[in-house]
Design a protein around this ligand. Sequence first.
Ligand code: MG
Length: 381
Amino acid sequence: MPLLQPYATQSARMRSRRYAEKPSGASNEHRSDFQRDRDRIVHSTAFRRLVYKTQVFLNHEGDLFRTRMTHSLEVAQLSRSMARALGLDEDLVEAMALAHDLGHTPFGHAGQDALNAALRELSPGHGGFEHNLQSLRMVDSLEERYPDFDGLNLTLATREGILKHCSAKDALRLEASEPGGVAHRFLAKEQPSLEAQLVNLADEMAYNAHDIDDGIRSGLIEMEALRELALFERFHSSVLSEYPDLQGRRLLSEIIRRLLSAQVFDVIDQTRKRIAERGIQTEEDVRQAPALVSFSPELAKQVQHIKSWLFKHLYRHPQVIAKMDEAQSMVRELFASYLAHPNKLPEAYSRQADLPRAIADYIAGMTDRFAEMKWRELQAE
Ligand code: MG
């Protein structure tokens, strides 16, 4: 196993779990705490459902597009390779990466926006719906796998990596139920671990790259148009100068491969540099310093251009918007109809004290096609 740097996550605090567990005998000897987290996530119900959840393109629009599952695997791959180079915990970044999108609703951001609006209209103080918090809720309470506790009982480190953002209000609420726990860093204004910072950046790298790939495959954007982006153009011309006849998928794949490699090398160099400059020695130093995992300023600017470009030309493409509008109404109608007829919910949800939250949990857990099937059933009645 590659050597961990002293600033990698390893403290007893970060390895702690909310519920004490009986020693599990032999399995303790060959699996670290973070390997066990990773294994629990892979075996969870929420993880399996990611395969039928939309990333950008609706799941049924084609079998070749990324889903939440393949996106999460790509984030895990990028995270592991950068973690290894930086001497960080590979199992921990893998656990975080595989769990980071567990709270996503069906139909991507459209589903989240619809649930958020529905909850807020019902009661403005209710807290709404936010996928990061829902990912945490999924691993903390909604998964039913163990006899002694709800959720997966993951380590604090993995949970902290899952909770990437959190409003002050939510942080206070979480802190009240778990003092010094997963939301503490938002109140103390500290950074999360290097592993959490790394996965956050790998997420962005993965979706920029695969959305270019899926966007071109879908026909909604064109490779020629992407050449107005300096970073894309740089690799477009370097690939063509080496392989003048290359075109189509192979050309695109080679450009994307180089685009990702350049980002990976840049992050590794830049992060090493910042760690050295700040004299970072320990996990605690990491928490007190400004964010350490980052692109170099020059690359950060170019990556930001890609993001804005994709936002304008792909995520806001009229065809994507039309699908998303449809998906939003479907989720809104599902929510309204369960609220009016709670008897249509599975019993585990209908008997919850907070019915709107239970409905949101139920809908958020659905895959795209299951949500659509339920919507059709309710329409037919
Ligand atoms: Mg993601």
